[in-house]
Design a protein around this ligand. Structure first.
Ligand code: SAM
Length: 281
C-alpha cells in the first residue's frame, strides 16, 4: 500500500494488532508499518501463515453459503476482523432469495476493524440489516444487550454463530469453556456454531511444528497473544451437539469447492474446523 491510513481515534499504531496483521496476510490495505513489519517477521517464522489465513476465510465463506442453503437468515460473526473480500454480509446478500430478509452482526473490539466495517456497511446502504458491535467477545452478555445486536437478531430463531480464527486469542484465564457454554445457551434449536482454531497435531512434520511454536511465541508480544488447542480440548465446546458432515476436519477438507493444492495440504496439521447444529428440544 502507499501512505499509512489515518488511524481512527483509539488505534495504537505502535503495537501490531491481530486484525491488521491478518488483513496484511490476506492482501488487504488496512495496516500500519508496525503491522507489516510484524507480519513479515511472522511469515519468515511460519511461511504457511498466508495460505492458512486464506483457507480460514474460504471455510467461513463455505459455511455461510451452506447455512443460507439450510434456510438460516441470521449471522453473528465474532472477531470479524478488517473487512476484506468475501465478507459475511456480501455472501448473504448475494444468496438471499428475492423478498426475504436477513441480518448480520459483526463483532470486533479492534478500532480499525470496527471503523472500517461501519464505513462499508454505511457506504453499501446495508445498515438496516447489518451492523457492527465494537465489543470484546469475552463479554457475551454485553454483546447480546448491545442495541445493534438486539435490533437485528431474534435469538428465538436459528442463528449461525461464526467463531473464525478468534478463539485462539482467548486464553485459559478467560474461561473459554464457560464462554462457549454462554454462547451455546443463547442459540435456538436449528442454530449453527462454526469454529476454526489453531492447533499442532501429532502428525505435523517436526520442523513445521517448531515453526508454529515460534509463531505462537511471536504473538506473545502483541495485543493478541494466542493459544493452540487439540481436538480433545475443542470438541467439548460444541456441548455434544451433532457436528455437520464431515465433522471436525482440517480447513481444506470441510466440503471443499475444489481440489486442494500441495500447499493447502501442508497446512492440514495446524488448524481444526467444525460446524455443529443445535438439535431440537
Ligand atoms: C485473525 S482475525 C480473523 C478475522 C476473521 N474472523 C476471518 O477469519 O477472516 C481475528 C480477529 O479477532 C479479533 N479479536 C481477537 N480477540 C478478540 C476479542 N476478545 N473480542 C473481539 N474481537 C477479538 C481481532 O481484533 C481480529 O480482528
Amino acid at each position: 500500500m502507499g501512505g499509512a491510513p489515518i488511524a481512527p481515534a483509539g488505534v495504537d499504531t505502535d503495537k501490531p494488532s491481530a486484525a491488521r496483521v491478518y488483513d496484511w496476510y490476506l492482501g488487504g490495505n488496512h495496516h500500519w508499518a508496525v503491522d507489516r513489519e510484524f507480519g513479515r517477521r511472522v511469515e519468515k517464522v511460519w511461511p504457511l501463515i498466508r495460505p492458512i489465513s486464506r483457507q480460514n476465510r474460504a471455510f467461513m465463506n463455505r459455511v455461510v453459503s451452506a447455512a443460507m442453503d439450510a434456510g438460516i437468515r441470521q449471522f453473528v460473526d465474532l472477531g470479524s476482523g478488517v473487512p476484506t473480500a468475501g465478507n459475511v454480509h456480501e455472501i448473504v446478500r448475494d444468496l438471499l432469495p428475492d423478498g426475504e430478509r436477513a441480518a448480520v452482526v459483526y463483532v470486533d473490539y479492534e478500532p480499525v476493524a470496527a471503523a472500517h466495517s461501519r464505513l462499508i456497511l454505511e457506504r453499501e446502504g446495508a445498515t438496516d440489516w447489518a451492523g457492527l458491535v465494537e465489543r470484546d467477545i469475552r463479554r457475551p452478555k454485553e454483546i447480546f444487550a448491545d442495541p445493534v445486536t438486539s435490533s437485528l437478531i431474534d435469538w428465538s430463531r436459528p442463528v449461525c454463530l461464526l467463531m473464525i480464527t478468534v478463539m485462539h486469542f482467548v486464553g485459559p484465564s478467560d474461561d473459554p469453556d464457560g464462554l462457549m457454554a454462554t454462547y451455546r445457551s443463547k442459540l435456538a434449536p436449528g442454530s449453527w456454531l462454526a469454529l476454526t482454531h489453531g492447533t499442532c497435531r501429532d502428525d505435523a512434520p517436526p520442523e513445521r511444528a517448531a515453526e508454529v511454536k515460534r509463531f505462537i511465541d511471536a504473538y506473545r508480544d502483541t495485543s493478541n497473544p494466542a493459544w493452540l488447542r487439540s481436538a480433545e480440548e475443542l470438541l467439548p465446546w460444541f456441548g455434544g451437539w451433532p457436528l455437520l458432515p464431515p465433522g471436525m476436519t482440517s480447513l481444506p477438507d470441510w466440503r471443499p469447492d475444489e481440489r486442494p493444492n500441495v500447499i493447502d495440504l501442508e497446512t492440514r496439521p495446524f488448524a481444526w474446523c467444525a460446524v455443529a447444529r443445535r438439535p431440537s428440544l
